[in-house]
Design a protein around this ligand. Structure first.
Ligand code: SMN
Ligand code: MG
Length: 365
């Protein structure tokens, strides 16, 4: 019998990292990004790692205690992410199955899967039954709702960063002509053949979204992301029916149950769960099975490192969202060549910390 990997302790830290291109979006303006860093220590000396993007530095103060509560309950037990997921959700279920509860579960779950893959000496994709290989990616690290001049140059720079053939542009400016100008600028900077994903960040009412998306429906855009509030599934079904351009949502879903309901209610054409909200690797695997049997293409949201592995084992894998927010504190950011993310062939998820950088960006809480 092989030795079980035993949970010793979970170390939780917070950093606030500068963003190379500040986020200017309908969900907020952010110059810096708070991240929670998790190190799951095992009795065998193997450490499982993950991070969570929190957006709000104040949120660090209430997410960390939830993580600590859940992690303390696992001490001395075998590292078993499915148990972390089920027991964690039950433990915090009385204060809600979604939100902070599931963010805490997700972070721990990702660290636990990393530890298991490391113990097996395999990259996460291989540990899950897949293989390490290239993952089609778009660059999402810019093209926010800032001034229009400069968008062409920024598009050229973003495409050049990894030979990207696809970029995400935030849209939904007050004036339609400004959205049209932004789309033109991306093609001017990155070339006519660039694939353009667009994101409204829930900025419109259903009527406003119908009007704007219909006006942009012939622009050859790859998808319209979150035109309206993420939970208005009726509205998403209406938009999907009315538009030629595929409608994308999912980054705000908490747990596979929400994704399954979106599919049942025909809300949207494409889906993109976020690892920190969907339930980590465990939540993703369940979503991948549901999306797979329905033939719905699934992309990732943030967390390019863990997501890249998971897209290699997702039946209907679509696009990896490449975003550079964790680059300041990871030892070796994942590389992109010819628009394909290259998963490092090392055990686990490939996240290693740059400890000196963590010290520099440390956030007290
Ligand atoms: C996004 C993500 C995180 C913060 C602001 C905007 C965006 C995306 O929705 O999909 O990248
Ligand atoms: Mg989005």
């Amino acid at each position: 019998m092989t030795e079980k990997l035993i949970w010793r302790d979970l170390k939780v830290r917070a950093v606030q990292v500068p963003l190379r291109r500040p986020v200017i979006s309908k969900v907020g303006v952010f110059e810096k990004m708070p991240l929670i860093l998790l190190d799951l220590e095992t009795e065998q000396g193997i450490v499982g790692r993950s991070y969570l993007v929190l957006y709000l530095s104040s949120a660090v103060r209430y997410v960390i205690p939830a993580i600590r509560d859940l992690a303390d309950a696992r001490k001395g037990m075998p590292v078993a992410p499915f148990d972390v997921y089920e027991r964690g959700r039950k433990a915090l279920g009385l204060v809600g199955l979604e939100g902070v509860s599931l963010i805490a579960v997700s972070g721990i779950d990702m660290a636990a899967w990393d530890a298991l893959a490391k113990a097996a000496g395999q990259p996460l994709a291989a540990y899950l039954g897949g293989s390490v290989g290239p993952v089609p990616a778009y660059n999402s690290s810019g093209l926010w709702l800032g001034p229009l001049d400069g968008l062409a140059d920024e598009s050229a720079a973003l495409a050049a960063e990894g030979g990207f053939g696809a970029l995400k542009l935030r849209i939904g400016r007050d004036d339609l002509n400004d959205d049209l100008q932004a789309i033109r600028a991306v093609r001017e900077g990155a070339g006519e053949n660039i694939t353009i994903m667009t994101d409204f960040n829930q900025g419109r009412t259903l009527g406003g979204a119908l009007e704007r998306c219909q006006a942009l429906d012939d622009q050859g855009l790859y998808w319209f992301e979150e035109p309206i509030a993420y939970d208005k599934f009726n509205g998403y079904a209406r938009l999907s029916r009315a538009l030629k351009t595929p409608v994308m949502l999912g980054e705000n879903f908490y747990g596979p149950e929400t994704l399954a309901r979106a599919i049942r209610e025909r809300a949207g054409d494409y889906l993109m769960p976020d690892l920190a909200r969907i339930g980590g690797v465990t939540g993703w695997l369940r979503c991948a099975a549901i999306a797979g049997v329905h033939g719905i293409q699934m992309s990732s949201h943030l967390y390019p490192e863990v997501s890249a592995h998971l897209l290699r084992v997702t039946e209907t894998a679509h696009w990896l969202e490449m975003i550079d927010w964790a680059d300041p504190i990871v030892a070796e950011p994942f590389r992109v060549e010819n628009g394909q993310c290259q998963i490092p062939d090392v055990p686990g998820n490939g996240i290693a910390w740059d400890e000196q950088a963590i010290e520099r960006h440390k956030l007290e809480f």
